[in-house]
Design a protein around this ligand. Sequence first.
Ligand SMILES: *Cc1c(COP(=O)(O)O)cnc(C)c1O
Length: 414
Amino acid sequence: MYKEYGISEYLENLAIEVQNEIKQEIENVNKICEKNSLKVLKAFQKYKVSEVHFNQTTGYGYGDIGRETIEKIFAEVLGAEDALVRSQFISGTHALTVTLFGLLRPGDTMLSINGKPYDTLDKVIGIENNPSSLKSFGINYEQIDLIDNKFDEEKIINRLKKKNVKLIEIQRSTGYSTRDSISIEQVSDIIQKIKQVSKDVIVMIDNCYCEFVGEIEPAEVGADIVVGSLIKNLGGGLAPNGAYVVGKKELVELVAERLTVPGQGKEVGPSLGLNKPFLQGLFMAPSVVASSVKTAIFASRMLEKLGYDVKPKYNSKRVDIVQTIKFGNPEKLIKFCQGIQMGSPVDSNAIPEPWDMPGYTNQVVMAAGAFTAGSSIELSCDAPIREPYIAYLQGGLTYEYGKLGVLKAIQNII
Ligand SMILES: *Cc1c(COP(=O)(O)O)cnc(C)c1O
């Protein structure tokens, strides 16, 4: 079977070996998938999802009961009071941006406690100058770096004892950094400590890539506001765009009033044709996320056996769907990404090259032969062209397709 697909016998045998070695890990992922599926199913039933909710509104989008039901279900599944789930968010970065602009006012300070946030937020915050940044509105930014992949608790607490910190941001997945991702236990622990010193400070979580990888979500452990993209985990590969914000009711309302109009908030915003793919995407999400995690586990063990430095290891606990592979040189890195593209269902004949991308500092190579442009819950691989030449591999709508894509990419570097 594999020969037809251009995979050598050597790789085929290695894949069989790896499949045996990762049995226990795959079993654990299946258990988490079942628990998250139960959460989703219960919420669909509680809010009595019916065909009427697949209808759309146009224009202003008043009285969209499908949209309202979707938002109740997202809040329920993610353990939050309220939710904003909209296609008017054009990306995860946009949802993070609207949340920051919605919650911060001139003179306030935003504090990141895991070092620098995701690259595309540089111009939003004003780390890189931009006439439309938070900084340009007189909003300050400070950051406290991690020490050995742990929060610097002493520094955080001391900073909170002084004034003006309105909002703390925690980004769980790593973006293009080399640190570890941040577990739900670490999030829970630091929130308790933060709230002991300052119960009013808003804890905001960038939860991109983390939803449904475990069984507990950040709002369930006290996060005030949580943000993620629908062309990642919770869109289940079916949402064609959009993002979500969930959290405390009054905070979600502030974000809604920034996304739409003060005084109109969540009441407006047409769903156009998207209620059904949003609902069906969430329904598929536990299983699609599980497929992505399995693909990552398979890739991790395969590449480890071939001598590459991988993170996480196949048998470590996972926080997000991302698998990193250190290649040490640009040629192999680019070849690997090109191989992922070759193993994709769409644009498999395209050859990705490093390019300047809006919002990113270095050139970036991106492989995404996806049904939805740029969707990274579908098998995809991207990397900034800088030392130590790390590939960020994620997604896989099914494990079988994920595995085939990874094998193609490995064959391409061999
Ligand atoms: C993907 C991602 C974002 C948002 O990215 P978009 O491409 O704008 O959707 C933000 N933070 C993290 C950690 C991410 O992985």
